[in-house]
Design a protein around this ligand. Structure first.
Ligand code: SAM
Length: 286
């Protein structure tokens, strides 16, 4: 079906299926007809590509992806939407719906089984309550994926696409910059959703890099250090890392000194190179 962003059509479908929106699942469906075609086009939904979608709702974005890409695998947690999707996406023969929690799906296996010979992209209007966990889940697995294009709350978009060393940066920013080149694509007003959330959104795309930054000998330790660094934003680097990792403060201070970092530097002031040299120094001490 092509008019899935029309409020009257959505109401009719949902009423007939007795569907009620779930706030806890982040169900804000798109009702602005210009948004999904733009996400699909800017998100690499095209010939030669298989696309993974996370969170179908009634299939408004799924429909646009299936029109453009060779194949779509769409993951939706809410089983109440399965009969809805059977109706709204009936005309497409290139869609596989997976009724599961995206964080429990083996995405690497899914790509191997479903997208043989295709390049792969991820596109989604993400449920806001788990934006960062989903993005971390996708990035940290080093999936053979060209890009991840997602609609997220504007504040999350700013954090995800922030430059390291600036106030908006957080642990997820370091992961994003480690694995990808992030870019804000366009803004989407809160009125583009039903029900309307309290904040505006933005579409962002992460172009996955072929190589990650040099000098990290243990990625697990590196990301544990990064998370500890941001665990207590108001504290200095040394204080937040020693309490976040449960490490001796004097040792952490020594590692910071060895990495040529000022004693009272704050977590959000570090560049990628400084994160790497600090975690490498720390790794040999704790
Ligand atoms: N793509 C639709 C649209 O743009 O109108 C719906 C987007 S809505 C913001 C997020 C969707 O993600 C909902 O359909 C929700 O049920 C689904 N969802 C929430 N948590 C999920 C999870 N852990 N795994 C898969 N889907 C999830």
């Amino acid at each position: 079906m092509d008019n899935l962003s029309n409020i009257g059509v959505i109401r009719d479908i949902l009423d007939r299926h007795g569907f009620r929106f779930s706030k806890s699942l982040g169900q804000n469906f798109l009702i602005n007809p210009s948004v999904c075609p733009r996400i699909a086009e800017m998100g690499n939904a095209k010939a030669g590509f298989g696309v993974i979608e996370i969170g179908t709702g009634i299939g408004v974005l799924t429909n646009e992806l299936a029109k453009r890409a060779d194949k779509v695998c769409a993951i939706e947690i809410d089983s109440r939407l399965m009969p809805v999707l059977a109706e709204t996406l009936a005309e497409h023969k290139n869609i596989k719906i997976i009724n599961d929690d995206v964080l429990k799906v083996d995405i690497k296996k899914l790509i191997d089984e479903e997208f043989q010979g295709l390049e792969v992209a991820v596109c989604a209007n993400l449920p806001y309550y788990i934006t960062s966990p989903i993005i971390m889940y996708l990035l940290e697995q080093r999936l053979p994926v060209r890009s991840v294009t997602v609609l997220v709350q504007k504040e999350a978009a700013l954090r995800l696409c922030a430059e390291l060393g600036t106030r908006d940066a957080g642990a997820v920013t370091v992961a994003v910059r480690y694995f990808s080149e992030p870019k804000i694509l366009f803004n989407v007003s809160r009125g583009s959703f039903m029900p309307a959330p309290n904040v505006d959104s933005a579409a962002v795309r992460f172009d996955i890099k072929d190589t990650t930054p040099e000098g990290v000998s243990d990625e697990g330790f590196f990301f544990r250090t990064v998370r500890a660094t941001f665990s207590q934003r108001r504290k200095t680097l040394v204080n937040s890392v020693s309490s976040g990792l449960g490490a001796d403060k004097a040792l952490v201070a020594e590692a910071a000194k060895k990495a040529s970092l000022p004693e009272n530097i704050r977590p959000e002031q570090l560049t990628m190179e400084q994160f790497i040299s600090f975690s490498e120094c720390l790794r040999t001490m704790v």
